[in-house]
Design a protein around this ligand. Structure first.
Ligand SMILES: Cc1ncc(COP(=O)(O)O)c(C=O)c1O
Ligand SMILES: [Zn+2]
Length: 453
């Protein structure tokens, strides 16, 4: 029955959706109504019910870790499990292959006795995990004849799309919330040459606008995370974690959640390794949301099977300031299947975690990424994550993305009106407490509710 639907659609003038060739055996299925479709990049939502689609890639050869480890690190190292168009060059610039950084000082500070690692996605080409998805989806968009790529974004997706579109020779249009998009991200989109539409509204309003525009003009290709092709690139994050742990699976993977695409993609990645016999265990997933934008965490704590959407989401972590996460069915399924949990954290807890990462480990992330550490801390306190367990926190975006957040950190900033005064201040330094706010020279102290780490 399923294929009939796909073909009925094709008869309505969509015959060009046939015949897109992939290197691997690729299929496309709606997770809501079960309809199957010809695997074409232009299909990004179920034409019958509007549900989310899922891509399945079956490798044409047996897989082994040693096969992959002979290749350079990065997303395309895993091409046997990616929907690569046959005979086409990828739009790539070395995305993925990010370091797994041990966090021993932070682990001790939050009372975690086991091994704690950060997957530092800020080290991707545009500074966030989004690049993993874009290398795959922009490659497909170009091969499928897209004229322009469009996206609603809290900022990072916009930056990534703009960069990959530039590299592919495509136009890009990004819709971001006015006044709520971190400056680094906005600057990136501008520099890469995107058309930037600043909407007076939330991310959810921006996404609704993009979805309507795409329906009206199919030459606009949508790259939001409801696009299942993009999530195929993002799932490689899971493959890398396992490789970097020496082919072992962590007990927990902690992920900040906004539109809920990344956590869904990561789970898919682990499931595939399991299906291919490359791992024999699965991790538990913890999805972390900000209290003011926690539709999934709020529903989870009440035992509901649908999110409690938030009309006016608000949080310092602007990247996850999302009230109606479009991927919620995939994410809820992922967290359930993994035996995991959703949790929410306050802005003060996020800010504390951002400082702790920076000042105990030298790792700078934007506030949304610090949510994973804030969430882990809470789960440790609640006894949900065991103190001896191996945990990987996904640090989704670089600290440089949000300069205003960095500048709000309590700081020791001193003014020297002359070189001599600078020398005096330098010599006084060791006598003063480290990183304590000082009283002059433009220093600022924000109340975080808790002493800085
Ligand atoms: C830095 C950062 N962290 C987390 C997220 C949330 O990812 P997702 O929307 O896939 O849940 C985003 C999304 O914009 C992000 O930019
Ligand atoms: Zn459907």
């Amino acid at each position: 029955m399923a294929w009939e639907l796909g073909y009925a659609m094709l008869e309505r003038g969509e015959s060009d959706l046939l015949g897109f060739e992939f290197e691997q055996d690729v299929s496309l299925r709606c997770i809501s109504c079960g309809a199957e479709y010809p695997p074409h990049p232009r299909l990004t939502r179920c034409p019958r019910c509007g549900g989310l689609l899922e891509v399945q890639v079956r490798p044409r050869r047996g897989l082994s870790w040693s096969l992959w480890e002979r290749r350079p690190p990065g997303v395309w190292r895993y091409r046997e499990l990616l929907p690569a168009p046959r005979g086409a060059a990828a739009v790539t610039m070395g995305e993925g292959g990010t370091p797994l950084v041990a966090l021993p000082r932070l682990a001790e500070r939050i009372g975690h006795g086991g091994r704690l690692y950060a997957k530092h996605e800020g080290q991707n080409p545009t500074g966030s995990f989004k690049d993993r998805g874009m290398t795959v989806a922009v490659t497909l968009a170009r091969e499928a004849g897209a004229r322009a790529v469009v996206v609603a974004s809290t900022g990072n997706t916009a930056a990534s799309v703009s960069a990959y579109a530039a590299r592919a020779g495509l136009r890009s249009v990004v819709v971001v919330p006015q006044g709520k998009t971190a400056l680094g991200k906005l600057g990136q989109s501008i520099l890469y040459g995107a058309t930037v539409i600043e909407i007076q509204g939330s991310f959810d309003d921006a996404l609704a606008a993009v979805m309507r525009a795409v329906e009206e003009d199919p030459r606009l290709y949508p790259l939001n995370s409801f696009n299942p092709w993009r999530l195929e690139g993002q799932k490689t994050l899971a493959y890398e974690i396992v490789e970097q742990l020496g082919h072992r699976v962590p007990d927990w993977v902690v992920v900040p959640v906004g539109n809920a695409g990344n956590i869904s993609a990561i789970w898919k990645g682990f499931r595939e390794l399991h299906r291919e016999g490359l791992i024999d265990e699965l991790p538990r997933l913890a999805g972390v949301q900000a209290e003011g934008a926690a539709p999934l965490a709020r529903a989870w704590s009440r035992g509901l099977d649908r999110p409690l959407f938030v009309d006016e989401p608000e949080t310092v972590a602007t990247a996850i300031r999302i009230g109606r996460p479009v991927n919620w069915p995939k994410a809820l399924r992922a967290v359930r299947e993994s035996g995991g949990v959703f949790v929410s954290v306050s802005d003060d807890e996020i800010v504390w975690a951002q400082l702790a990462l920076a000042r105990l480990e030298g790792v700078a992330v934007e506030p949304a990424s610090a949510a994973s550490i804030a969430g882990l801390r809470k789960l440790l306190e609640e006894g949900i994550v065991g103190r001896g367990e191996t945990v990987v926190a996904v640090l989704t975006g670089h600290g440089l993305k949000d300069p205003e957040a960095m500048l709000r950190a309590p700081a020791r900033r001193l003014l020297a009106r002359s070189p001599r005064e600078a020398v005096e201040k330098l010599l006084e330094t060791l006598g003063a407490p480290a990183a304590a706010p000082a009283a002059q020279g433009g220093c600022r102290e924000e109340a975080t509710g808790e002493a800085p780490p």
